[in-house]
Structure formats: structure tokens, C-alpha cells
Design a protein around this ligand. Structure first.
Ligand SMILES: [Zn+2]
Length: 142
């Protein structure tokens, strides 16, 4: 069993993506982890986990990242998500990219390389962290 925390958390996001697919949504999943200084490196507490719910909620903003960010903010009682890591299964759209950059995440992890030029530009200020899963790309806020 692989205990790499980045892989564990990306699997959580991938399970959310599977749930979205099963519900006929765009299969995107997201997990947000609050890093705990008293736990081993990279380990933390899940404070947000969601999948796309655009069709269910009839809400064009109900993307996995936005829902998970709202959950995480509610969980810690602060909109600033410092000391947290965001895991998402696909390249964020411009709306979500903007939200991710503005939330102050310590780092974030993406299952696939960024192809969208807008997202690339938005995330150009982020630093990389260890790869989360095979073929994954990870970034860390600078
Ligand atoms: Zn989005």
C-alpha cells in the first residue's frame, strides 16, 4: 500500500470525479487538505471534497473546485486557505483558476499537465511540489 500523502489525496479527488461521472456531470473531483504541522510530512485533514454538480444544482458555478473551496472556508472559518493543499483531477477552468489563485493555497496538485493558456498564466506564480500520481503535475504557491 502506497502511503504517499499526495497520492492518497489525489485518489480522494479521483473518487469524487468518478461520482460526478456516475451522476452524468463533467467528471471533475477536488479535495482540499489542511496541512498539520504535528503530522508527518504532507499529511493533513480533509476540509473540502466535492465533484461537479452543475446539472444537479442547475448552477453554472457549481464546479468541484468552487464547492470544495466553500466547504474548506466554512470548515476553518476563514476565506484564506493558507496551510492547505488543493487536489483537482483536471485543468481548472478560468473561473476556478482565479478562485484557486486568490485563496492563498499553500500548494495545489493537478492530475494532468495544464494545457489551457489562461490557466498556465494564472498558475505561473505557483511552485511545484512532488508529483501526486503517475502523469500528475503539482504546483506550490510561491
Ligand atoms: Zn471550474
Amino acid at each position: 500500500m502506497d502511503l504517499d500523502p499526495h497520492k492518497i489525496y489525489m485518489r480522494m479527488a479521483l473518487r469524487q470525479a468518478q461520482a460526478a461521472f456516475d451522476e452524468g456531470e463533467v467528471p471533475t473531483g477536488c479535495a482540499i487538505i489542511r496541512i498539520s504541522p504535528d503530522k508527518p510530512s504532507g499529511m493533513g485533514t480533509l476540509i473540502g471534497s466535492a465533484h461537479n454538480q452543475v446539472e444537479l444544482l442547475k448552477d453554472p458555478t457549481a464546479h468541484a473546485e468552487i464547492i470544495a473551496i466553500t466547504q474548506a472556508s466554512n470548515a476553518i472559518g476563514d476565506w484564506r486557505l493558507t496551510d492547505t493543499v488543493l487536489y483537482v483531477t483536471k485543468e481548472p477552468c478560468p473561473m476556478c483558476a482565479g478562485a484557486i489563485v486568490s485563496q492563498g493555497f499553500q500548494s495545489w496538485s493537478l492530475a494532468w499537465p495544464i494545457r489551457n493558456a489562461v490557466a498556465q498564466a494564472r498558475f505561473s506564480t505557483l511552485r511545484t511540489i512532488p508529483v501526486a500520481t503517475t502523469g500528475a503535475r503539482s504546483c506550490k504557491a510561491s
